[in-house]
Design a protein around this ligand. Sequence first.
Ligand SMILES: Cc1cc2nc3c(=O)[nH]c(=O)nc-3n(C[C@H](O)[C@H](O)[C@H](O)COP(=O)(O)OP(=O)(O)OC[C@H]3O[C@@H](n4cnc5c(N)ncnc54)[C@H](O)[C@@H]3O)c2cc1C
Length: 391
Amino acid sequence: MKNVIIVGGGIAGMAVANTLAERKVANINVITDFPFYFAGPSRPLLLTNEQKYERIIRGYEEAGKKGIKVTFGHVIKIDPANRKVYLSETTTSNSSLREIEYDYLVIAPGIVFDGSKINGYEKVWHKNTTVYDIGRINVLKQRIWNATTGRIIVYAPKAPYRCAPAPTETAMLIHTILKYRGVREKFEIIHIDANDKTQPPAIADIVSQLYQKAGINLVTNQEIVEINESEVITKSGEKYKYDILAMLEPNRAPKFVEEAELGKEWMEVRSPQDLRSPKYDDVLAAGDVAKLPYPKNQEIAFESGLFAANKILEMLGYSEKVPVQYAFVGWAYMGNVEGKLETLSVRFSLDFSTQPPKASKDTEPKRDYTLQKDNWEQAYLERLFGYKYIN
Ligand SMILES: Cc1cc2nc3c(=O)[nH]c(=O)nc-3n(C[C@H](O)[C@H](O)[C@H](O)COP(=O)(O)OP(=O)(O)OC[C@H]3O[C@@H](n4cnc5c(N)ncnc54)[C@H](O)[C@@H]3O)c2cc1C
């Protein structure tokens, strides 16, 4: 049987792995950093204690029962001309480098956060936290729950970045916590956005109304290019002092993609349905790393994984195709303006299978939408990792 190597055991990588393993058409080896996966969508609710770490972590062993091999290591280089992947056993050093050969390679490592284009970032990186990273959200949580006064800056870089509404969610949840603590009037919250509207644009109007109610200041079209101990500086020279900073760094593909000449910021693909590299028939992209004309979110990542699996099935000579199209439903947490630790959410969806894409939304914040998002996230984790979280 052919060897399919998948780099990244996240949403897209596990979508490919499960689809191929269920059909027993190839040897599947997922190479991934850590012996666990940590889901993204409900991470912001860790801030308000509405989500628990253990509910959104999964191990790989149950998926392994299907015949998916998982190798833990950090991929640092690929050599598509010689069909080799190089990994190191740790994420911090290149010692004990291993090489693995493949017949087909799927690159699905998600994104990296890149502060290097922001002057001064290297020096004061520790001042910044976000809801995006599992360690840093814990730090942000301590800062928000312990602070007594000051200015909080939340920042969204230029799109595309992973999970469009997360910076807005961060601002609204911070408001909620401060209000709950009875100290909201001692803080100023500013959301600086490098885009002309908060993302996604479909819900920008309701966000601006809720920001007014919550007293959050919104500054758009301002890209942060410099940072020091106490202020951020934008491209047009505006300076904003901060006490707490939740700045999402620009997103991009891991460097090994560019080094293998598979793309610059994102990995190039032939089309959203044919996710092969334009240069190599046996190298495919899936998930957030791929240069796709769609938002970078969980459903698009999953669907791209199914398209990648379909292409591999075709190349292996199988006629079966898994049904898939590009469409997603999203729920954005809007916190709770009154300060109850019961987050309300708005709902929006986009279906790219029609031209023009069909959009729908309900921008009335509802508690039920927060619960729907939880069910949706848990269902994906069960499907991809093979088990349910039991309390
Ligand atoms: C805070 C937050 C909120 C979000 N909210 C939503 C939401 O509300 N709705 C929504 O649809 N989506 C949301 N998302 C986005 C969603 O989680 C991602 O779009 C989705 O996970 C992308 O799937 P992926 O497979 O491309 O990447 P991931 O799921 O991130 O998987 C990539 C995997 O590759 C591993 N990896 C990375 N680099 C390497 C390497 N060099 N070597 C080996 N392994 C590597 C990683 O450890 C990870 O396990 C959110 C994400 C975050 C972080």
